[in-house]
Design a protein around this ligand. Structure first.
Ligand code: SF4
Ligand code: SF4
Length: 472
């Protein structure tokens, strides 16, 4: 009976026997140092179909969410310039930056936990870069220029009418789609209403917004027409962090080298299941050979799984020579386990989620600050009473106008407002008021006073201030 150690020895032997020359080059850069433009074959198969359906839902959401409003406000908004963020209809203010930071931290831990367990599943299925590249632009490319062989022929062709027409159409359609995506991207940052204003009032009145739109369009166009998979390889920090996040239990798109090696024809005696047909390499959008093991370039798009499954069907071998599996699944034939690292991440994630939930539940709709007006001493009034002047600043995070009344909580006296406190929706409001006390109520130079803030008779906050009086 084969033990775990035997399996590991076999695994190491098989791995050592693999050609390692792939480590000396990057598929997207030629020997001369030029950009090697990958022309992957159009994938087909169960997983590709599933990914396509998933991407349709994703794209429908991406293109409809900016139109969805809650009480006249966007459902999602990421306005960095005005520091206004809306998630699922909840408005986050600069005062909420703590909640925002905890939210981001939680998201980061979630990403790490998810990656430790499932590798780059996100990259292949849900990353906007992969979705737009593989499910939008690549499909347009297949439609205009044809599959890999036709595109390679087109590359080698002189600039005749066919090449001009195909390449010209591709550039035009890519630019148009990039422009549409840029519009929606902008709608997520400034809101659909602002974007409509730009369209209605013209570019000259909104030159800044229009410039942003053109810059976004050019960036998207450059990424999808030329840069492509290099965004995942060179730019994306998540991709670059894979090396430290993955372990031998992480589930990835992996080649079963135990089963596949040594490669050879299906009829060769002693050969493994891999028939060395290179179908998995031909479909790979990053130009790698998954049989070389886990590589930074692999975005887990599953195209090689589909391609290999089709070959296995042809040669009468079981599917799954390339499949979702961890190194330990393959080398030691172990089942996926819930490791100590996963447990620790789960505890941290659950703690952060609970903390975030508490912060969200207890978040104030109205925040206020009261300060005695700087440089002002107490004033003596005609009736011998004493007064102090204060400034009150309020932030209304709700979508309705809020009227606030102030009341003295721990002392008898009078509050005299300069203006009534009517805070417009989602706005700041500032005004001043006097606190007037009788001299008999003042027992020290600084009297501590509590002021209650009431909305519709309901106390929403209590703030402490000091009242300056004469030295006693
Ligand atoms: S190796 Fe397979 S899963 Fe990874 S990018 Fe290439 S085709 Fe996609
Ligand atoms: S598609 Fe499968 S059989 Fe063909 S080379 Fe790749 S791993 Fe081997």
């Amino acid at each position: 009976m084969e033990t775990n150690n035997d399996s590991e020895t076999i695994a190491n032997f098989k791995k050592d026997s693999l050609d390692q020359s792939f480590r000396d080059s990057v598929a997207t850069i030629s020997k001369e140092g030029n950009r090697n433009y990958i022309n992957p074959q159009k994938p087909k198969g169960k997983l590709y179909n599933l990914r396509s359906y998933f991407s349709y839902v994703y794209l429908v959401l991406f293109f409809t969410l900016p139109f969805i409003k809650l009480d006249g406000e966007p459902f999602f908004l990421f306005n960095i310039l005005e520091r206004k963020f809306i998630f699922f209809g909840v408005i986050f203010w600069p005062q909420d930056s703590f909640i925002f930071a905890i939210g981001l931290l939680t998201f980061l831990v979630f990403v790490i936990l998810f990656t430790v367990a499932f590798g780059r599943l996100f990259c292949g299925w849900a990353c906007p870069q992969t979705i737009f590249m593989e499910m939008v632009f690549r499909k347009i490319e297949y439609w205009i220029e044809g599959d890999a062989n036709k595109r390679r022929k087109l590359n080698e062709m002189p600039w005749n009418s066919e090449k001009l027409l195909k390449r010209g159409s591709k550039v035009a359609v890519f630019f148009m789609v990039s422009f549409i995506i840029a519009n929606f991207f902008l709608a997520y940052t400034i809101g659909m209403d602002e974007l409509e204003v730009l369209v209605k009032e013209g570019i000259f009145l909104h030159f800044g917004t229009f410039s942003a739109l053109i810059i976004f369009t050019c960036v998207f166009f450059f990424v999808y027409i030329w840069f492509r998979e290099q965004a995942c390889l060179i730019v994306c920090p998540y991709g670059r962090l894979q090396g430290v996040m993955l372990d031998k239990n992480s589930i990835l798109v992996a080649y079963d080298y135990i089963r596949g090696e040594p490669r050879g024809k299906a009829t060769d005696a002693g050969s493994g299941d891999c028939v060395n047909c290179h179908a998995c390499v031909r479909v790979c959008p990053t130009g790698i050979d998954i049989r070389n093991g886990t590589q930074l370039e692999c975005v887990n798009c599953t195209a090689c799984i589909d391609a290999c499954n089709e070959i296995m069907d042809h040669v009468g071998k079981p599917q799954g020579l390339i499949r979702y599996a961890s190194e330990n699944n393959i080398a030691k034939k172990e089942k996926t386990t819930y490791t100590w690292r996963l447990r620790l991440y789960t505890i941290v994630l659950l703690s952060l989620l609970s903390f975030l939930a508490i912060l969200l539940i207890t978040r104030d709709d109205v925040t206020a600050r009261i300060l005695r007006t700087p440089g002002q001493m107490y004033q003596k009034l005609d009736d011998h009473k004493l007064s102090n002047l204060y400034n009150v600043k309020l932030a209304n995070k709700t979508r309705k106008v809020i009227h606030v009344d102030l009341k003295l909580e721990n002392i008898e006296g009078e509050i005299k407002m300069i203006n009534p406190i009517d805070v417009p929706k989602e706005s700041y409001f500032q005004t001043s008021f006097f606190i007037i006390l009788k001299p008999a109520q003042i027992h020290s130079r600084k009297t501590k006073i509590k002021i209650g803030l009431y909305e519709d008779g309901k106390r929403i906050e209590t703030l402490a201030v000091t009242f300056l009086g004469p030295a006693i």
